[in-house]
Design a protein around this ligand. Structure first.
Ligand code: PGA
Length: 250
């Protein structure tokens, strides 16, 4: 059985006061929940949110990191800096990083390997654009993204990789992939993993769905055979909404 894993990606939202009240609200609402829960605040709120969630069952992740440990890279955040503030989970390859910051599959692969080298858990995002889906290329694209991202990643390290399938056309648009569409792609990704490693690794890999997950569609999505969790953007910014998603089965 794969443990359900619900992550909240706060993106470039939340200043101190909002981050604080969100973290406090979730800490209270989600105590005792059996699913794995992580929130990813912006860098400026990481230390604060970590402090608030200390000793709770909610983990804290960074939304990105550099592919270098250190260097002249103005504006970047290093894995060592995250480690220094006791962060050990990172989202890598989010479609907004690909789209607005020109991140390539090869760069994402470098980041994943660096994160693993430092003992991090990784949420690796993949997903096709609307144009790619409309031209029937979604399987090809997601397969390529997955294979390149995982180049040089050992089977043992796969226990620390979560895959978040996020069709770009469903992110922030209110348009969700149907549970069947999402589940089909999750099965495809699982078979890619089986090809790269073996069926045991494939069966234990957690694959989240992301893209307009809301309280009213979470249960249906998360009940599908191959959907093991959710990466939630917009709805993770409201205590009640993220609570309802995390408690989709209660
Ligand atoms: P959304 O974002 O839930 O607002 O669509 C999901 C994501 O980008 O991780």
């Amino acid at each position: 059985m794969r443990q359900k894993f619900i992550a909240g990606n706060w993106k470039m939202f939340t200043e101190t006061a909002q981050a604080k009240s969100l973290a406090q609200g979730l800490k209270q609402n989600l105590s005792g929940i059996m699913h794995r829960i992580v929130v990813a605040p912006p860098f400026t709120a990481l230390a604060l949110v970590s402090d608030i969630l200390q000793g709770s069952n909610i983990g804290v992740a960074a939304q990105n990191m550099s592919n270098l440990e250190a260097g002249a890279r103005t504006g970047e955040i290093s894995v060592l800096m995250l480690k220094d503030i006791e962060i050990s989970t990172v989202i890598i390859g989010h479609s907004e990083r690909r789209q607005f910051f020109a991140e390539t599959d090869a760069l994402i692969n470098e980041k994943i390997k660096l994160a693993l080298k430092h003992g991090f858990d990784v949420i690796f995002c993949n997903g096709e654009t609307l144009a790619e889906r409309e031209s029937g290329k979604e399987v090809e694209v997601v397969t390529r993204q997955t294979k390149t991202a995982l180049e040089g990643v050992s089977a043992a390290d796969m226990t620390r990789i979560t895959i978040a399938y996020e069709p770009v056309w469903a992110i922030g648009t209110g348009k969700t992939a149907s549970p069947q569409q999402a589940n089909d792609m999750h099965k495809t990704i699982r078979s890619v993993i089986a090809g790269l490693y073996d069926q045991t690794v494939a069966n234990s890999t957690i694959i989240q769905y992301g893209g307009s997950v809301k309280p009213d569609n979470a249960k249906e999505l998360l009940s599908m055979s191959d959907i093991d969790g959710a990466l939630v953007g917009g709805a993770s910014l409201k205590v009640e909404d993220f609570t309802a998603i995390a408690k989709f089965d209660m």
